[in-house]
Design a protein around this ligand. Structure first.
Ligand SMILES: Cc1cc2nc3c(=O)[nH]c(=O)nc-3n(C[C@H](O)[C@H](O)[C@H](O)COP(=O)(O)OP(=O)(O)OC[C@H]3O[C@@H](n4cnc5c(N)ncnc54)[C@H](O)[C@@H]3O)c2cc1C
Length: 418
């Protein structure tokens, strides 16, 4: 692999209220930090680079997004996924039929970080509070306290894994790979289930791909899809309807509008916004997964999972069948591939007073222009911004819309020239 080349550092200006703190070193945090740095805004960036991809997704996973939708937005050219492939000498991933291994994407994120955010600090932010004089006070897990003039929360999936209450009865001490029930985010190496009987609850790409990888590791696997979440797969690139506009997620007018015009999204009624975030680009397996899935995984479509417990050390799910009857499913282990829920209450690094002051809608921060929250100087990007800017914020390609706008707003409000 080629040695990453460091970019020349832009000129920094000092500011009496301190630098801008970016919390998060996944695609959104790195992209935002790169834009702020390019504008000469002093920034401190915290987090483990690409940790959600490295530790909370299964080894061997392939990205559902196409190469065109998988670049981390940078303020200068030369930092796309294809540029990374050229730099390290792997075959260029560019067409919709090129599938991206998660390991390649992690390598790309690390490369992006080393080139554009070299000063990343691999520490956790323990608390963020407002300072009476303006700005914020942050505490790091190194014990350091410092002041920041503005804070960007880009903590992505961290701490937001969702276990539905009906599964909680089989996870009295919380989900864990070693217990009866785990959440899909708790897995990297799935070979531990070789020879076991595993149930995966969910019908999204994460559920279907986890099921395939567990089956390929030598387990017997059943997928339990609930309610309207039927198991289905998208059309391959050559089967997409030609008369609809292209978007990073496929050809459809709705996807095109949500991808390229997220500006008006926050003016939609709250009910519509929350519904679209959940449903658009919702449960649908990638086209290339179908064959591997159909050969290896059994599907059980049920009206609902109504409860769960443990009998003789094994998880037992109680389900209501489509015909309205109660039935039981027993396994050695249940993996809940039941997604993530944004909830400000779960972001416990934000001080209590700050969380109380934030305007929220169903637990998610209400954001204005430029991704600023109701607390001046406090910004959110990535998944927590999806209820304000739409489902595209759940995906890497959302950085293209979010990062330059957030950086411009922050520069105008808190000094800088992005
Ligand atoms: C199984 C799975 C498959 C996916 N596949 C795709 C795909 O194919 N294409 C796509 O576009 N998207 C995909 N996604 C969505 C993808 O995860 C997000 O788009 C992306 O990771 C969001 O990036 P982020 O920077 O917002 O957060 P993350 O990547 O989750 O990064 C969070 C960062 O915050 C840091 N952090 C958290 N708390 C603190 C703290 N207190 N102090 C300091 N740092 C902190 C972490 O260390 C980390 O660096 C997938 C998601 C899952 C679960």
């Amino acid at each position: 692999m080629n040695q990453p080349t460091r970019q020349t550092q832009p000129k920094r200006r000092t500011h009496p209220d301190g630098p801008v703190a970016v919390i998060g070193a996944g695609p959104f945090g790195l992209s935002t930090a790169a834009h702020l740095r390019a504008g000469g805004i002093p920034v401190r960036v915290f987090g483990e680079p690409m940790v959600s991809w490295r530790d909370h997704m299964p080894a061997g996973m392939l990205l559902k997004s196409t190469p065109a939708a998988s670049s981390i937005d940078a303020p200068q050219p030369g930092h796309t996924l294809a540029d990374y492939c050229d730099a390290v000498g792997t075959p260029r991933l560019v067409t919709d039929e090129d599938i991206i291994p998660v390991e390649t994407f992690i390598g790309y994120g690390d490369w992006f970080q080393q080139r554009l955010v070299p000063e990343l600090e691999r520490v956790r932010v323990v608390s963020v509070d407002r300072r009476p004089a303006g700005g914020f006070e942050l505490k790091l897990d190194s014990g350091e306290l410092f002041s920041a003039r503005a804070v960007v929360v880009a903590t992505g999936l961290s701490g937001l894994a969702h276990l539905p209450p009906e599964l909680a009865g089989a996870a009295p001490d919380g989900p864990s790979p070693a217990a009866a029930v785990s959440h899909s985010s708790q897995h990297h190496d799935l070979t531990r289930y070789e020879g076991k009987d595993v149930v995966v609850v969910g019908a999204g790409q994460s559920a279907l791909e986890t099921a395939v990888l567990v089956a390929e590791a030598g387990a017997r696997v059943r997928v339990v899809s609930r309610g309207t979440g039927r198991v289905a797969f998208g059309a391959p690139p050559w089967g997409q309807p030609r008369l609809r506009p292209e978007s990073p997620f496929g050809r459809a007018w709705s996807l095109w509008a949500l991808s390229y015009y997220p500006h008006p999204y926050r003016y939609l009624p709250a009910r519509t916004r929350h519904f679209l975030v959940r449903r658009v680009l919702g449960p649908l397996g990638a086209w290339w997964l179908r064959e591997r899935f159909e050969d290896a995984v059994e599907v059980r479509e049920v009206a609902a999972v109504t409860g769960a417990g443990i009998r003789e050390g094994r998880p037992v799910l109680t389900v209501r069948t489509a015909a309205g009857r109660a039935a039981e499913l027993t396994a050695d282990h249940v993996i809940a591939a039941t997604g993530y829920r944004v909830d400000i209450a779960a972001m416990d690094f934000l001080g209590h007073e700050l969380r109380t002051d934030l305007a929220v809608s169903r637990g998610t921060p209400k954001l204005g222009a430029g991704y600023v929250s109701s607390v001046p100087g406090l910004y959110f990007t990535g998944l927590p911004a999806a209820s304000s800017y739409g489902p595209v914020m759940r995906f890497v390609c959302g950085t293209e819309f979010a990062s330059p706008r957030l950086a411009r707003h922050l520069a105008a409000a808190h000094g800088g020239d992005v």
